[in-house]
Design a protein around this ligand. Sequence first.
Ligand code: FAD
Length: 650
Amino acid sequence: MTDTERHEADVLVIGAGGAGLRAAIEARERGLRVAIVCKSLFGKAHTVMAEGGCAAAMGNVAEKDSWQVHFRDTMRGGKFLNSWRMAELHAQEAPDRVWELETWGALFDRTADGRIHQRNFGGHTYPRLAHVGDRTGLELIRTLQQRIVALQQADHAETGDHESRLRVFAECTVTELLTDGGAVAGAFGYWRESGRFVVFTAPAVVLATGGIGKSFQVTSNSWEYTGDGQALALRAGADLVDMEFVQFHPTGMVWPPSVKGILVTEGVRGDGGVLRNSRGERFMFGYVPDVFKGQYAQTEDEADRWYDDQDANRRTPDLLPRDEVARAINTEVKEGRGSKHGGVLLDIASRLPAEEIKRRLPSMYHQFKELADVDITAEPMEVGPTCHYVMGGIDVDPDTGATAVPGLFAAGECAGGMHGSNRLGGNSLSDLLVFGRRAGIGAADHVGGLAARGGRRPAVHDEDVDAAAELALAPFARAAGGVDEDGAAGENPYALHADLQRTMNDLVGIIRTEAEMTAALDRLAGLRARLRDVVVEGHRQYNPGWHLALDLRNMLMVGEAVASSALRRTESRGGHTRDDYPTLDARWRHRVLVTHTRTDGPADPVVPRVAVDVAERDPMRPDLFALFELEELEKYYTPAELTAHPEGGT
Ligand code: FAD
């Protein structure tokens, strides 16, 4: 039996970004003992990197805004594939979640009359993003952490122990979920510093581990985004949905190579920045797709007037949803109108006074000055698409965040459904607050229900702990065994990672074809075989090569889910563009692709095989369906589906 450190909780939250912290706060406020585990330092999550803001229809800047308009924008952005129930809950509850943050001490930028300021962002009808300059995520995480400390202080006053109900385990990576008779029983992980193992037992686990960007070569994501939650959920028996939908943010840095992919916030365009090609043309006017015709300005004059008078003018196409802008940039570069280093130009220098740029976009100013030696108050930025966000994720119940595995919940970027085929900017921070809280309630209710029924808590079994330990140590065991029988020295995890990133970028990137994705799946099969031969040098104390070898299990599983789903969806929608099926297909609008682990064929414990099935999304509730004009829905729905609309279809 593996000798491990053990900790017990009622609710185990894996991930300390916005979703995890919000879930933890909720479960603790409901009286439960909560453990939070995160693989990075506490406070270092993607949420802290969020720049532009948090979308919520508070109506502070545009009084006409309402949850219904936000709901409509979100569904349009997702090309009507979203879980409409999640989009509804999100639009309704986001304002309360932002105001709640304020009561916990968040200091947002203000309007002249002292209300929370809201800025424009792509796809949002009204200025809707509550923000703190371009450092919104930092304030969000600071506030949630402060709330956690306040709760720990309250617990100390009552029990004499700060950690009696809320305990944080930082720099601790979970590698496996543990189950008992199909229900979640806890998790197995290791301390990044010492490499020693640790087991958490809990009857409810909330996954809040974020995205998958590190599977791609050019990405705005940092090292933690290796699809861990998605793979952990799959291995425990839950499903993923919509994994073909990966968002390429249109504006990442393209130069110098060392910073390629780092995000340039959409707030630059929200505050007046415009995209130009190498000829100086504002090319986005040529890329408004039919489904958005009539909603965007057709001339530069109208687009510029819109910044000052949004009632009398239509918005600039620079602020089309991200999938549209990313594809447009891709085309401009491909057709030879790109910038010197293979991007396009984003110009705010000629549009706002220097002091105003520095005031509104301080991080962008410093980012370009320090990393690229570009002064954005005097010259344009070079930008191009970067892998940014995954719309797909763990299949959850919209109201509770519950997965198909009893006791297992998920929230935030690792959960799927809410954003359909494409996420609107600003809708992630609000998503993780709304659904983080809901998953916290779901987990607390699950534990409460178990106790009320007098049910036995699921137990962690020693053989599962042994198996998880053996899998984790396999790369060292191979090293101890020396060279392979055929004389090969074993695979290097860094080389494998680079090959995976290249495969995903080149073959499952922004524009896809059947031949490329079939090739990608072949290459992924080769990488899966090579992973079995990965060898790491040294010992278990802080060993990044070993950590990467373990992360690769997850990245390969998730990469296969993305490529298999993308191959299956024979249309173009949102973040999934098929060169061989270039248009929206109404027959695919209501279909979701569900990834699960395969039970047929030989089992592969290192990277279990996945399969993809087609499932139907429930039809939208009639009162929500009636929020859209029939004319707009005709662009997305089949005639048969439209008969459910009050104006009736023919
Ligand atoms: P995260 O905040 O990433 O947290 C994940 C947590 O899980 C981390 O604590 C990590 O250590 C932990 N973890 C992961 N795997 C494991 C494991 N195996 N074991 C233990 N712990 C694990 N969205 C907006 O709405 N507005 C914006 O302005 C915006 N700007 C952005 C700017 C950048 C540069 C980036 C990268 C993203 C931006 N986004 C924005 C997207 C948004 O920030 C993320 O989608 C969101 O923060 C995800 O939050 P989360 O809580 O789901 O995950």
